[in-house]
Design a protein around this ligand. Structure first.
Ligand code: TYD
Ligand code: MG
Length: 471
C-alpha cells in the first residue's frame, strides 16, 4: 500500500495546505480548501474508460482497434434504452436525482434484472439491510434469482466495499449512495467534496481494474446545488438522472452523459405500488385528464431526445392586487415566462402587465423546449380571455421577440405523434418556404405570428391589420 497523506487542497489555485482554513493563504479565495489524499508520485495512475492498460504509444486512427462493447441488459427496457442497450462491464454509472424520487427502487429492480448474468452486490450506506429487504419484498424480488443473487451489505467505507467486491466478484456493484460513503484515510464528514471525490475515484479504480460495472447513487437537489455528485460528472462514464415531481407519479430517466451511447433517449416510468413501472404509451403520459377543458389549458408537443411527448401546458391569469404582480412558473423557465408575457403584451394585444400569472407543466415535467413557447402563450391568452382552446388542438412553436413564430426541430415527428394520439388540429410556425407540413389525420395550420395563432386557437377572426377581434 502506498503511503497516502491527507492535505487540504485549494480548488482555486491548487496549493496544498496542512490543515483546513476558511481562506486560502496563497490566493486568498474563501471556502475553497478540500481535504484530498495526496499519493506518492509513482503511485499515480491514469484512469481511462477506453484503454485500461495499454502501452502509451500513439497509433494512427485507422490502426486502432474498435472498442468492443459488451452490454448487459437490465431487463427493464426503458432503462436499457437510456443506457444505449445495457450496462457495460467496467463502466461507472452515476444515477442522480432528488431524495425520494425513486433511485433506490429503480436500482433494486434493475439489479434483479441483472442477476440473469451474475451476482449483484448492493452496498447500502443509507438504509439498513433490513430496510432493503423490506423494499425488495414490496417489489416482489425475494424469490427466484433476485432473492439469491442480490447480495446486500450495509457498509459505507469504500475500502471495505472494494475488498468485498474483489472477493465476491459480482458482475455489478451498486453503491447507495455516494454521499454516505467515506474513505478511512480522510477526516472530512461523509458527503463532503473530498470524501465524495476520493470514494468515487476508488470505485472507478475497482471498476476498471476488475471489470465490475459500478452504479453509484447521488442525491441532487432541484437547483443542483448539492456540490458532491456534480463534481463527479466528468469522472464517470454515464450520468443518468431520474426526474419528476415527488408528489406526482411520473418519472423521466435521462442520460445527460453517456460514453457508450446517445444522450437522446429518455425512459418514462410511473411509480406504482410495486415500484417503477414502464409506461405503455409515453406519448400521452403527460396529458392531464382529458375531460377537463377549462380555459388556460393547451397541449404542446415536445421532443425528449427522439421521443415525442404530448404535454399539457397550463396558465392561470388573475388580476393582481397591489405591489408588483406575481409570476410563478413550475416546470418552465421563469425568464421564458417573463419574456412571453412581454411579447404577448407588446405584439399580440394580450396585456398581462398588471396580472398575476401562474404557469405549469402537467405531470411534474421540467422542460426547456422552446417549442413550448406557443402553447404557453396560448394558455395565457386563453386564461385572460376566459375562452377555452379546443381540446383536440395541439400547438408547437418558438416565439420570437417580435411575436413571430419560429420553426422547431422535429416538427414532423411531433405532428405524427399528435395525429396518432387523436389530435385533430395543429397550430405550427410557417416554414420558410410557406408550405404547411402534411400529416395524415391532423389538419395543420401554419401561421406567421403569435397574433394569428391566438386567432386560430381561440376562434377569433384576425382582421386585415392583424388585430384579433372577438368572433
Ligand atoms: P426511493 O427509491 O427510496 O427514493 P430514493 O432512493 O431516490 O430516495 O423511493 C422513494 C419513494 O417511492 C417512497 O416515498 C415510496 C415510494 N415507493 C412507491 O410508491 N412504491 C414502491 O414500490 C416503492 C418501493 C417506493
Ligand atoms: Mg434511496
Amino acid at each position: 500500500m502506498a503511503r497516502q497523506q491527507s492535505r487540504y487542497v485549494c480548488q482555486a489555485c491548487g496549493t496544498a495546505h496542512l490543515r483546513w482554513e476558511g481562506q486560502c493563504r496563497t490566493c486568498g479565495a474563501w471556502n475553497t480548501l478540500v481535504e484530498t489524499l495526496v499519493r506518492e508520485p509513482e503511485q499515480k495512475r491514469r484512469l481511462s474508460a477506453a484503454a485500461p492498460e495499454r502501452a502509451n504509444v500513439p497509433q494512427s486512427l485507422s490502426g486502432l482497434r474498435e472498442a468492443e462493447l459488451v452490454r448487459t441488459p437490465t431487463g427493464i427496457s426503458e432503462v436499457d434504452r437510456v443506457l444505449g442497450g445495457g450496462l457495460v462491464p467496467g463502466s461507472v454509472v452515476l444515477l442522480g436525482g432528488e431524495p425520494g424520487i425513486g433511485k433506490s427502487t429503480l436500482l433494486l429492480q434493475a439489479a434483479a434484472g441483472l442477476t440473469a448474468i451474475g451476482d449483484v452486490l448492493y452496498a447500502t450506506g443509507e438504509e439498513s439491510a433490513g430496510q432493503v429487504r423490506l423494499r425488495a419484498g414490496r417489489l416482489g424480488l425475494l424469490d427466484g434469482l433476485a432473492g439469491e443473487r442480490i447480495r446486500v451489505v450495509a457498509e459505507n467505507e469504500v475500502g471495505r466495499i472494494a475488498e468485498l467486491s474483489r472477493s465476491a466478484r459480482p458482475g455489478v456493484l451498486v453503491v447507495d449512495s455516494i454521499q454516505t460513503v467515506t474513505v478511512d484515510e480522510l477526516e472530512g464528514p461523509a458527503g463532503s467534496v473530498g470524501q465524495v471525490r476520493e470514494s468515487a475515484l476508488r470505485l472507478m479504480e475497482l471498476a476498471k481494474q476488475d471489470g465490475i460495472a459500478v452504479i453509484v447513487v447521488g442525491h441532487v437537489t432541484k437547483d443542483g446545488t448539492l456540490a458532491g455528485p456534480k463534481t463527479l460528472e466528468h469522472l464517470v462514464d454515464v450520468v443518468l438522472s431520474l426526474e419528476g415531481e415527488r408528489t406526482a407519479t411520473l418519472r423521466l430517466l435521462r442520460a445527460t452523459k453517456n460514453r457508450f451511447g446517445s444522450t437522446e433517449e429518455v425512459g418514462v416510468f410511473e411509480m406504482v405500488e410495486r415500484g417503477l413501472a414502464e409506461v405503455a404509451d409515453p406519448g400521452r403520459a403527460f396529458l392531464a385528464s382529458a375531460d377537463e377543458h377549462a380555459p388556460g389549458s393547451v397541449v404542446g408537443a415536445t421532443l425528449e431526445g427522439t421521443r415525442p411527448l404530448m404535454v399539457e401546458v397550463q396558465g392561470l391569469v388573475a388580476p393582481g392586487s397591489y405591489g408588483s404582480p406575481r409570476r410563478t412558473a413550475s416546470g418552465i423557465d421563469a425568464n421564458r415566462l417573463a419574456l412571453l408575457i412581454a411579447v404577448l403584451g407588446r405584439r399580440a394585444g394580450v396585456g398581462l402587465g398588471s396580472h398575476d400569472v401562474y404557469a405549469n407543466l402537467a405531470g411534474g415535467l421540467d422542460l426547456a423546449d422552446p417549442g413550448l413557447d406557443l402553447p404557453l402563450a396560448l394558455a395565457l391568452a386563453s386564461s385572460l380571455r376566459d375562452k377555452p382552446v379546443p381540446p383536440d388542438l395541439v400547438a408547437i412553436g418558438e416565439v420570437g421577440l417580435l411575436g413571430e413564430l419560429r420553426p422547431v426541430p422535429g416538427l414532423d415527428r411531433r405532428l405524427r405523434e399528435a395525429a396518432r394520439l387523436g389530435f385533430k388540429t395543429a397550430v405550427v410556425p410557417r416554414s420558410r418556404h410557406g408550405v404547411a407540413p402534411e400529416v395524415k389525420g391532423i389538419s395543420v395550420i401554419a401561421v406567421g405570428n403569435l397574433r394569428e395563432a391566438i386567432g386560430h386557437a381561440l376562434g377569433l377572426a384576425p382582421d386585415p391589420d392583424g388585430r384579433a377581434q372577438r368572433g
